[in-house]
Write a protein that binds this ligand. Structure first.
Ligand code: DAH
Length: 339
């Protein structure tokens, strides 16, 4: 029995030497000291010993137990230290690794320009209105004094959903919708997408953006139109910017004008940007036609107004010196990140 105890002691010492983890340590403890363990089995056999042998073997067995327990405690501390070290090592932060830059989103250049223009108008007391992209023939044409067979329909190649429903070719229908819902005085702009069945090239896209404007009150004149647009252009391009009105025709205004801004690249001398003209056309405008006021429920004998429609892409292109309209719609990040 003495020999047996010595063997157990050695076996335990050997097993403990090989232990690397807390789990392995626990299984060694169970193997030797557990209820069904090897040492416990020896102690159970003590009943067969003579009364003289019993205390001697008992003491040896206790010594063996104390020895193994001591070894296990030692090992436990060693394993814990090792595990802590491994954990710290795995959690180490290398402060010398270069940082990773966070990618911040930004507004599309068209919307940056739109926000700028909107701020100029709201600063002058304009409100912002919206209308649907999908319009009826009535709002897009009829109510704007463009009856069926009117030649102006040919210049706006329309996407038809059916005979009556179309994708709006201009933001002007919002004028009618606002007049129907609001009593004068009216001072509003209506930015939005418009659609025309044009082939895509550097200056044409089937989708583009306009900003419509409408002012109606008693005693509004062409001078108000000119003053307002001049203030907007100076706000957008600086105090030296000038405008010029050229006579034109739109069915929904009378008189009508096309409005040019002095070229901001050359200041009006003539350059590549303005094709030697010194002026760049940016919008159409005019005094709201009495027929249109009437359709909108406003008495043309009492009220008058002006309206305008400007092309957002054109303005953004000239502002940033962009020579191809397609860049706005391709969403190439190398382009967009420049703004
Ligand atoms: N709707 C016109 C177009 O798309 C632009 C326009 C011209 C709007 C004159 C107006 C205006 O409000 O008065 O070509």
């Amino acid at each position: 029995m003495k020999e047996q105890l010595e063997k157990i002691r050695q076996a335990a010492a050997q097993a403990l030497d090989a232990v690397e983890t807390g789990e392995a340590l626990e299984s060694v403890r169970v193997r030797f000291l557990g209820k069904k363990g090897e040492l416990t089995a020896v102690l159970r056999g003590m009943g067969a010993l003579t009364p003289e042998e019993r205390p001697v073997v008992g003491q040896l067995a206790n010594e063996a137990r104390a020895y193994i327990e001591g070894k296990i405690e030692e090992k436990k501390a060693a394993v814990a230290a090792k595990e802590r070290e491994a954990k710290l090592k795995s959690e180490v932060i290398d402060v010398t690794v270069p940082g990773r830059r966070k990618l911040a989103g930004r507004l599309h250049p068209l919307y940056q320009v739109l926000n700028e223009i909107t701020a100029i108008f709201t600063g002058m007391g304009f409100s912002v209105a919206e209308g649907p992209d999908i319009e009826t023939d009535y709002y897009n044409f009829e109510a704007l004094n463009i009856p069926a067979d009117h030649p102006a329909r040919d210049t706006q190649d329309t996407f038809y959903i059916n005979d009556n429903i179309i994708l709006r070719t201009q933001t002007s229908p919002v004028q009618i919708r606002v007049m129907e819902q609001t009593k004068p005085p009216i001072r509003m702009i209506a930015p939005g997408r418009v659609f025309r069945s044009d082939a895509v090239d550097a200056t044409h896209s089937p989708v583009f953006h306009q900003i419509e404007g409408l002012v109606i009150d008693k005693g509004i004149t062409m001078a108000d139109l000119k003053g307002t647009l001049e203030a907007v252009v100076k706000g957008l391009y600086g105090p030296d910017a000038k405008i010029r009105l050229r006579p034109h025709h739109f069915p929904f205004t009378e008189p009508s004008a096309e409005v040019d801004v002095s070229c901001f690249a050359c200041g009006g001398k003539g350059c590549g940007m303005c094709k030697g003209e010194g002026w760049i056309e940016i919008l159409g405008a005019g005094m709201v036609h009495p027929k249109v006021l009437k359709v909108g429920g406003i008495d043309p004998e009492v009220y008058s107004g002006f309206a305008f429609g400007l092309g957002l892409e054109r303005i953004a292109m000239f502002k940033y010196g962009i020579d191809d309209l397609r860049l706005f719609f391709e969403n190439d990040l190398r382009f967009l990140r420049q703004f």
